[in-house]
Design a protein around this ligand. Structure first.
Ligand SMILES: [Cu+2]
Length: 429
């Protein structure tokens, strides 16, 4: 197909979708709340029990942490512009989920929903596709040709964290960025991960870490319409929620990252009588390598994998603690974590701490000058701080250290922070 044909097709689609925007069908989809939270998982929701999502497959550019730009393919929301990764779709257990994919790319694309059963495509069971009769497999599921659409539907029977991604020319298309997350809320409530009372979390402390990777030569070749041999694929960037550090700690919807809406900063409060529940982090690996993610400071409690609660045949709790959460390619892990003020620090109960001599320390710019949570202290002349109210910042990062890199620029990639604020009420902005 000529590029000019494709442009006209796309214009026609835009006009058609502009009309759709005035129908009730399109209005069932909304991008979470009007003022989304600055940190934490941003859900795209639609009315239960028949949520309908209108997705695009389109191209755009994102900013890399070394200040280069990268041509990407991604799923997006019709009318919302390019975004990467695809929207985090949140539905309820038992919902009949409908996803219409409008393909704006110049190759066939599709969506597979690993973990979902009996997925329908255009009203019939989704089918693999082959290059002619008896030919090689070209798509794991029914695809949408360039410039057209396909509608998938399935019943979200199992709560948990799931991937959705391209099932067509999968290795290339997922590497180009065609992936997103699907979160299925259990019947027990949106503040539970599974239908287990011990999977409850603090609703305002729900985080997601979508871990991915980029070989820039694949993306350059695709942008220029050139061939790229996937046998030569080698990742040179590693990302968290479509961003590399330090962009990863910027707010959701940071204005200078218009195509990368999802931040990765985790922000929690210490465990206390008024704050008894843990936070949850949903880890997803859409790359080709293990990502041993390491939340410093406290072990995580792994409660589920791939949409399965860790429990025995009689419901026995098989959750286990982990120092580094080793997410394999294609896996999702659900991890609870919390922060304890184990020694009950207060100004009247100062916990003895030996602070190293100043000549032996490097004061990070988020350090508040005091080893005590909630306390700010005087810093040496010439030092600056971004600390706001004596909060703690703890690095969380992928522990495959060669991945903390942006095409040769070290200390970037899948790094973020865990921010712990003093218990409420506090003086934090
Ligand atoms: Cu570390």
């Amino acid at each position: 197909m000529h590029t000019s044909d494709f442009k006209w097709m796309r214009l026609a689609l835009v006009l058609l979708l502009g009309l759709l925007a005035f129908t009730p069908f399109a209005q069932t989809q909304s991008a979470a709340a009007l003022t989304p939270p600055q940190v934490g998982m941003l859900c795209t929701t639609a009315a239960s029990p028949n949520p309908t999502f209108l997705l695009t497959a389109e191209s755009g550019h994102i900013m890399m942490p070394d200040m280069t730009t990268m041509f990407m393919w991604s799923y997006g929301l019709v009318g919302e512009g390019f975004q990467h990764p695809g929207p985090v779709l949140c539905v309820n257990e038992g919902d009949t989920v409908t996803v219409t994919l409008q393909n704006y790319l110049n190759v066939p694309v599709s969506i597979i929903f690993p973990g979902q059963e009996n997925v329908m495509a255009n009203g019939v069971l989704a089918q693999p596709e082959f290059n002619g009769a008896g030919g090689t497999l070209s798509s794991l599921t029914t695809s949408a040709p360039a410039g057209s659409s396909v509608t998938y539907s399935f019943v979200a029977n199992k709560p948990g964290t799931f991937i959705y991604e391209s099932g067509t020319d999968t290795k290339r298309q997922v590497a180009m960025g065609l992936f997103g997350a699907l979160v299925v809320r259990p019947a027990l409530g949106a503040d539970h991960v599974y239908n287990r009372s011990d999977s409850q979390f603090t609703a305002s402390e729900e985080f997601i870490a979508i871990l991915s990777e980029i070989d820039p030569y694949l993306h350059q070749a695709t942008e220029q319409g050139l061939n790229f041999n996937m046998n030569n694929y080698r990742a040179r960037y590693w990302m968290i929620n479509g961003r590399g550090f330090p962009d990863s700690i910027a707010d959701n919807n940071a204005s200078w990252l218009p195509g990368q809406p999802y931040g990765a900063l985790a922000h929690i409060y210490p465990n206390s009588a008024s704050h008894p529940l843990p936070a949850v982090e949903r880890f997803i690996n859409v790359g080709t390598e293990d990502y041993p993610f390491h939340p410093h400071g406290q072990n995580g409690l792994v409660i589920g994998r791939d949409g399965n609660p860790l429990e025995g045949p009689g419901g026995e709790d098989l959750a286990f603690e982990k120092f580094a959460v080793n997410i394999g390619p294609g896996q999702t892990w659900d991890v609870l974590f919390q922060w304890y003020d184990a020694e009950n620090y207060s100004p009247s109960n100062p916990v003895p701490i030996t602070v190293p001599d100043l000549v032996n320390v490097a004061l990070g710019e988020f350090y508040g000058g005091s080893p005590y949570l909630g306390e700010l202290a005087t810093l040496p002349p010439g030092s600056t701080t971004l600390n706001q109210c004596g909060e703690y910042y703890i690095i969380s990062h992928n522990h495959a250290l060669f991945q903390l890199d942006a095409w040769g620029q070290p200390m970037s990639g899948p790094i973020t922070y865990l921010r712990i604020d003093p218990p409420l009420p506090n003086n934090c902005p």
